[in-house]
Design a protein around this ligand. Sequence first.
Ligand code: CA
Ligand code: CA
Length: 225
Amino acid sequence: MRVARRLGLLCLQALALLSLQAQGQEAAGGPGDEADQVQVEVLYVPEPCEPKSKKGDLVNAHYDGYLDGGKSKFYCSRTQNDGHPKWFVLGVGQVIKGLDIAMLNMCPGEKRKVIIPPSLAYGKQGYEPAKIPPNATLIFEIELYAVTKGPRSVEAFSQIDMDSDKKLSRDEINHYLKKEFERDGKKRDPSVHEDVLADIFKKNDHDGDGFISAREYNVYQHDEL
Ligand SMILES: [Ca+2]
Ligand SMILES: [Ca+2]
């Protein structure tokens, strides 16, 4: 009896841990209630299962999206873009928040079915171009093909952050851009460099302190499929 209870407790703790992981680094809204969480069902895990995806990785995946508890399909990456799996940077808002969260900690070959509440999908508005009604809970079946270090990875951040103070100064980004521009060898007007730099700060330095913090580097930028 006592053992059973302890086992039950352990399972609960494991579950709590899982849902915490599934919530990922979603900053807004705090812990949130059940209605704001992504439910992840792992359908297939290859052996070995690595590397595991994390925020900032460039990932390649096919995913099908369903409405009405799975009855109608509204999106299928296999029928778009000539059937090529979709590439995107994970965790930075290139896909809806629910997918950013649901695809964390996933390895190439792994398959998941995930249920995403409207608050982490298209919310009250819905999304007319994809025929998503207001307050829709979405279901996705995801198959992940590749996980690679993305432009917004922790590694990339550390590489730019030369003095390791966990924020990127104008000089540091300037230096990084110079190297990148030299590497691709295209001829550019020097003013382009200034424009790019200004644009980077305009888009990323949200508190206007003249530095791009690790957090600002990874912000959600837009909600699109
Ligand atoms: Ca720095
Ligand atoms: Ca800042």
